[in-house]
Design a protein around this ligand. Structure first.
Ligand code: PGA
Length: 255
């Protein structure tokens, strides 16, 4: 199997931006711009409180809606958290887990990321699992070790069947929100390393079928080159996903 058989996924991560009314407008505007662009899947991961209005605005379009986190317990005394079943019932189809901002600012570890991924998959959601090295790790020359370890820990106990709903987002932490982008070669190499680990953990066939995105200051100017790489199957886009015109150009680049 080759890259051609994997359908690219262009996903926006709005982070803590947009009120519900703004979300409605932005989803509608994005949907209009990406209408008929069936060469990739288009997803917008929005704040929890925006999900309902985003889903309403996305109805009948090719934009799918996701959340940005999910808790691993089914229900109970976990103030401020949201379960996978709750997300599913809203109509959300995707959820991001393990974003570096969750790891950096909210104490997420590979163990909790793994538990969240499993809970989401058990409920039937698609998971966008983020991982990547920090600057000091890249400078120390241990990027391959770090991302291999994260891949193994974050996927622990996830079955081959469940992997059909897992998208990996390789996001070097030093490139997120900084305007610094990995070079296409760096992105390709890291995504290739992750694919190799998946082949080890599961099979070569499953590794070839897994969508591995790049994320970190991807924009309408650099997307085409990044996406041209054999191991880069899409993007997870923060800042540029807030502007429908910019985001849709990245979707164009993935056609
Ligand atoms: P950025 O964010 O595109 O703003 O760098 C990417 C991400 O955090 O997923």
């Amino acid at each position: 199997m080759k890259k051609e058989v994997r359908k690219a996924v262009i996903a926006g991560n709005w982070k803590m931006n947009m009120t519900p009314s703004q979300a409605k407008e932005a989803v509608a505007a994005t949907a209009k711009l990406v209408e008929g662009k069936s060469g990739c899947d288009v997803v917008l991961c929005v704040p929890f409180v925006d999900i309902a209005s985003a889903i309403e605005a996305a109805k009948g379009t090719n934009v799918k809606i996701g959340a940005q986190n999910v808790h691993f317990e089914k229900k109970g005394a976990f103030t401020g958290e949201v379960s996978a079943d709750m997300l599913l019932e809203t109509g959300a189809e995707y959820v991001i887990v393990g974003h570096s901002e969750r790891r950096q600012y909210f104490g997420e570890t590979d163990e909790t990321v793994n538990k969240r991924a499993k809970a989401a998959l058990d409920a039937g959601l698609f998971v966008i699992l983020c991982l990547g090295e920090v600057l000091e790790q890249r400078q120390a020359g241990i990027t391959a070790e770090i991302i291999s370890m994260q891949t193994k820990l974050d996927l622990a106990g996830i079955t081959a069947e469940q992997m059909k709903k897992v998208i990996i987002a390789y996001e070097p932490v030093w490139a997120i929100g900084t305007g610094l982008t990995a070079t296409p070669e760096q992105a390709d190499e890291a995504c290739g390393i992750i694919r190799g680990v998946i082949a080890e953990l599961y099979s070569a066939e499953l590794a070839e079928a897994t969508v591995i995105q790049y994320g970190g200051s991807m924009n309408d100017g650099n997307a085409a080159e990044l996406l041209s790489k054999v191991n880069v199957d899409g993007g997870l886009i923060g800042g540029a996903s807030l502007v429908p015109e910019k985001f849709s150009k990245i979707v164009d680049a993935a056609q």
